[in-house]
Design a protein around this ligand. Structure first.
Ligand code: PMP
Length: 447
């Protein structure tokens, strides 16, 4: 790790002066914006990168640096920046008015498309992933008349009070792996929330069985990503999702897939189609809106029927807003067509070069790719759940991030946890740049 520390210092020393204007802007913005940024996650390991614009596969910061974008706004921009079809749809809609607080016609086209992808017939729209998971929790509680929710330890479902529990547990206080102790994961949460969440490890059916047994008649439902995408990219083991669905239904509870991240990025029909298990409810956001604020909840007739009554509202000033719906319609029907997904497979093949580098340099790492997403786990053994990431020394992924940034590739920050996302606009050369940078890092690490 001495070598890693030295390389990390050299790389940060190299990057820092090239972000001088970003840093100056952040310092100026501090007089109005806490920490000088608009989202706490924008504070990267050595300060923020302030972005000027994006085009296709590239983003450009205010210092004039150009990067191949592997961040893509937390996995949103799989259609590429300023995609002409999306720009045309937004421009056309903007010229006819952007907000009325009344339904339009595009939402039905979007719902039809999502119904086909997900095999779930009923949909509603909102404005963020957080709202989508909030709707899911409300529907599960209202339908069952129960309060408690099972969630995966280490999973993030947005800044939704009901689910901000055991999102980033600390090893000292998290309790046993198979029966984690729930903890509030942010300030400002009411005390009662923690007691309503039952965290379980990913890829562990026995833990879910125990959670139901320990809370008889109290579990409204379970919410989970079918493939963890906030812990690198951790796929479900064979039979796991089916087992969960069966356990939920046997116990009179609903199953929600939070596909805010993996929805329509892992495959045309997201994780639901990729893994062949259809839950009662699906939460979507991010990529469906082509870069506009968006959220969606879809479900079976039965699960969504609670919205036909008077006891639970799914509502919001901007729900189904015309601009988002126009962008989503073009995105779902004209850009991210079933044929388009073949391109992500081609890109994944080029990224397979990373696996060859890992093997030839015998790095303690694994490559994961699926659809538009991928990650390198800096672990000799494949990660199965959140706690496996505790074993990974954060300096290696930090070094990998700065290494790519200094060589023209912008990866998601905090990449021990994050997965990368490519877009339809990425050329073979763009992708090869990532692989070549990874190879030069491997060489430096083993020199
Ligand atoms: N669920 C998951 C799995 C997420 O990754 C996120 C955001 N990273 C959310 C929900 C919340 O989405 P939003 O930030 O749009 O509220």
């Amino acid at each position: 790790m001495e070598l890693v520390d030295r390389l990390l210092k050299e790389e940060i020393d190299d990057l820092t002066p090239r972000l001088a204007r970003s840093r100056a802007h952040q310092q100026e913005a501090q007089r109005r914006l806490p920490n000088g940024v608009t989202c706490d996650w924008d504070l990267l390991p050595n300060g923020p990168v302030i972005i000027d614009h994006g085009s296709g596969s590239r983003i450009f910061d205010i210092d004039g640096n150009e990067y191949v974008d592997f961040h893509n706004g937390y996995g949103v921009m799989i259609m590429g920046h300023a995609n002409p079809k999306i720009v045309a749809a937004i421009t056309e809609r903007a010229s006819r008015g952007t907000h009325f607080g009344l339904s339009g016609t595009d939402a039905l086209v979007c719902a039809d498309n999502l119904a086909e992808r997900y095999g779930l017939p009923v949909w509603r729209f909102s404005n963020s992933g957080t709202e989508a998971t909030q709707d899911a929790v409300h529907i599960m509680r209202q339908t069952t008349g129960r309060q408690k929710i099972i969630k995966i330890e280490g999973a993030y479902h947005g800044r939704n009070d009901s689910l901000m529990v055991s999102v980033s547990p600390e090893p000292e206080t998290a309790g046993p792996r198979e029966n984690p102790t729930p903890h509030a994961s942010d300030g400002g949460l009411p005390d009662g929330v923690v007691g309503l969440v039952v965290p379980v490890p990913f890829n562990d059916l026995g833990a879910v069985q125990r959670a139901f047994a320990d809370n008889p008649g109290q579990i409204a439902g379970m919410i989970m990503e079918p493939c963890m995408a906030n812990a690198g990219l951790v796929p479900p083991e064979p039979g796991y999702l089916k087992g969960i669905k069966d356990l939920c239904h046997r116990n009179g509870a609903l199953l929600t897939f939070d596909e805010v991240k993996v929805g329509i990025t892992l495959s045309w029909g997201g994780g639901t189609r990729a893994f062949g298990i259809t839950p009662d409810l699906v939460c979507l956001a991010k990529a469906i809106g082509a870069g506009l604020p968006c959220g969606a909840i879809g479900g079976t007739e039965e699960a969504m029927s609670v919205l036909l009554g008077e006891d639970l509202e799914q509502a919001g000033t901007f729900n189904g807003n015309p601009l988002t719906m126009a962008a989503m319609r073009a995105n779902l029907t004209e850009v991210l067509t079933p044929e388009a997904y073949g391109r992500f497979d081609e890109i994944a093949e080029i990224l397979g070069g990373i696996g060859e580098v890992i093997d030839s340099y015998r790095l303690p790492a694994n490559l994961r790719t699926m659809g538009a997403k991928g990650s390198v786990e800096w672990s000799a053994t494949p990660v199965r759940d959140h706690r496996d990431l505790w074993e990974i020394d954060g300096r290696l992924p930090d070094l990998a991030w700065v290494w790519q940034a200094n060589r023209g590739v912008f990866e998601p920050p905090w990449n021990k946890w994050e997965s990368w996302t490519v877009s339809l606009a990425h050329s073979d050369e763009d992708v090869q740049r990532y692989v070549d940078n990874f190879a030069s890092l491997a060489e430096a690490l083993t020199a």
